[in-house]
Design a protein around this ligand. Structure first.
Ligand code: ADP
Length: 533
């Protein structure tokens, strides 16, 4: 029972039991590369040896700037096994954020995709990584860089893990900065193992060796929700999409590889649903048993659209970088199976129940909010894979309470069954005449209108009411809707004061580096917007 919980156990298990299970990757040129956990097991150890030869010491951070593929997976294990700390960088961030993050983490080595070298060019002069190793696709790395294949080629395919105890750091991720400067969260070996255990449970992601998993969610976004670790633990086949995250490319992979579980943010699934609606017969998705959606709220209309029109099941999940990231997952309790269909879909669209090992509470001004499905409060969480502090960042210490909870900044209700429903991020709530208006509810409803592809609702300053909601709307190709149509559509679902004062039609809603609607940019865009009333 004194046995330490480390990624070494997961790694050895993958090598011993699942050596023949495939890891499939799509290359930038769209060709398919196939390998196995057996090969991965050897090559990751070669990488551990190579990093040691480069002078990486226990606790040193090793960064990656890469899409999802099997060599990134080698880094996921090769780095922490040799005592290094895996630091995934998000190539969609600005050069200023990337250099800030790399310097803050003090990364010693960078592993990078050749197709992302132009991103590196934009900030390389502002950072001091000692070695830059390139994952090329044919041909050696350009001058001045180390070539990954040449680097690991001479090394032995065996390595004794350099892990002193389970609390040692295995990885670090930075929040994508939706709420200010990116903040680093360090994951220990222990937290990664416990998170993987929790994620695989049947009422969580329910992963097993019967599964073929396609993480559309990038490996630079909270470790692809830690799917690579969980999949290696249970021996699921993995399918990596490389840089091709558009709907048609993902659909083709789902079809060709008979994927059973896929995971991504709502914007990805909204685009895929649109493609499926256009050509419902083109792809055979019979194997696909669940599509995990998280990162921002999954619109109910989308969940219903998949189920009713295509027989596909959406699994709504909520989490945060600070939580490794899975916090809640929505599955319907047996006691709710007899609910009328419309009510069941309403439950499906909630963020669900806390997964095992995660405690939740909603804190209102007067103290802990009752689980009545009505009283709003800020969601607090705690558990063995939830951060107790940010990496080298005393400024944000107030996010962690004296009694051991992390303050998520999300405003929620919790119903008597325990289902958590996010009504907003605290800074996105709209304050109108002393009442709160949930932007998430309005967006959800608007995306239920047949002409609306995407909607984001933000607060605009108002002289009398303090703030009023304005809806930014992207219409489907060829569809038409006027502000009056949309107001009319919302009226039965909302109180009058909750209806948007204006609708702004746009080509696209600006997105964060993680593919979420960037509401701060919309607020900035609408800062001088004149409301009529
Ligand atoms: P960032 O804080 O930079 O956006 P994270 O990925 O850690 O990066 O974001 C976590 C936040 O994303 C949560 O606090 C929540 O506001 C939002 N979020 C994640 N999943 C969901 C979901 N299923 N529904 C609503 N909001 C979500």
């Amino acid at each position: 029972m004194e046995y330490p919980l480390t990624l070494a156990h997961i790694f050895e298990r993958a090598g011993k039991y699942f050596g023949k299970v495939e890891l499939v990757s799509r290359r930038p040129d769209k060709t398919i590369h196939r390998t196995t956990y057996g090969e991965f097991h050897k090559r990751a150890q070669k990488l551990s040896n190579a990093l040691q030869r480069l002078g990486v010491k226990k606790g040193d951070r090793v960064a990656t700037l890469a899409w999802n593929h099997e060599r990134h997976m080698e880094a996921y294990f090769g780095i922490p096994l040799m005592g290094g700390v895996l630091h995934t960088l998000n190539p969609r961030l600005s050069a200023a954020d990337l250099s800030y993050i790399m310097n803050h983490a003090d990364d010693r080595v960078l592993l990078i995709d050749d197709v992302l070298l132009p991103v590196w060019e934009r900030f390389k002069n502002d950072v001091h990584a000692r070695h830059v190793v390139v994952w090329t696709h044919g041909g050696p790395a350009p001058a001045g860089f180390l070539d990954y294949e040449q680097l690991i080629e001479p090394e032995l395919p065996s390595f004794t893990p350099q892990i002193d105890d389970e609390q040692q750091a295995a990885g670090v991720c930075y929040t994508s900065g939706t709420t200010g400067r990116p903040k680093g969260v360090v994951y220990s070996h222990r937290s990664q193992v416990l998170h993987s255990m929790s994620a695989c449970l049947p009422d969580a992601l329910g992963l097993s060796m019967q599964d073929v998993i396609l993480p559309v969610v990038p490996m630079f976004h909270v470790n692809a929700w830690s799917i690579p670790f969980a999949a290696a633990m249970v021996g699921s086949k993995l399918v990596f999409p490389g840089p091709h995250l558009d709907a048609l490319s993902v659909l083709q992979l789902l079809h060709d590889e008979k994927v059973t579980v896929a995971a991504g943010v709502p914007t990805v699934w909204i685009a895929i649903l649109e493609a499926l609606d256009k050509e419902p017969q083109r792809w055979n998705l019979k194997a696909l048993r669940q599509m995990v959606v998280g990162g921002s709220a999954a619109p109910q209309a989308m969940i219903e659209g998949y189920q009713k029109r295509h027989g596909l099941h959406v699994l709504h999940a909520w989490g945060m970088t600070e939580m490794s990231p899975i916090g809640t997952i929505c599955r319907i309790k047996p006691s709710l199976h007899s609910l009328p269909e419309a009510d069941k879909f309403r439950v499906h669209a909630t963020q669900g129940l806390a997964v095992p090992l995660v405690d939740v509470r909603a804190m209102a001004e007067s103290g802990e909010a009752p689980w009545d499905g009505k009283t709003m409060g800020e969601l607090h969480v705690r558990g063995p894979f939830i951060a107790r502090s940010y990496f080298n960042n005393p400024v944000e210490a107030d996010k962690f309470t004296m009694d051991g909870w992390f303050r998520t900044g999300d405003i929620v209700t919790i119903d008597p069954e325990g289902y958590v429903r996010i009504t907003d991020r605290s800074k996105d709530l709209i304050k109108s005449g002393g009442e709160w208006i949930s932007s998430v509810d309005l967006e959800n409803a608007l995306m239920g209108h047949p002409a609306v592809k995407e909607a984001a609702v933000v607060a605009v300053k108002h002289p009398k009411w303090d703030e009023r909601p304005v809806a930014c709307v992207v219409l489907r190709e060829g569809a038409k809707a006027t502000p009056e149509d949309l107001t009319h559509f919302l009226e039965p679902m909302f109180a009058k004061f909750q209806l948007p004062d204006a609708f702004v039609f746009m080509q696209a809603i600006p997105r964060t580096a993680a593919g979420k609607f960037l509401k701060s940019a919309l607020r900035e865009q609408l800062k001088d917007f004149k409301l009529e009333k």
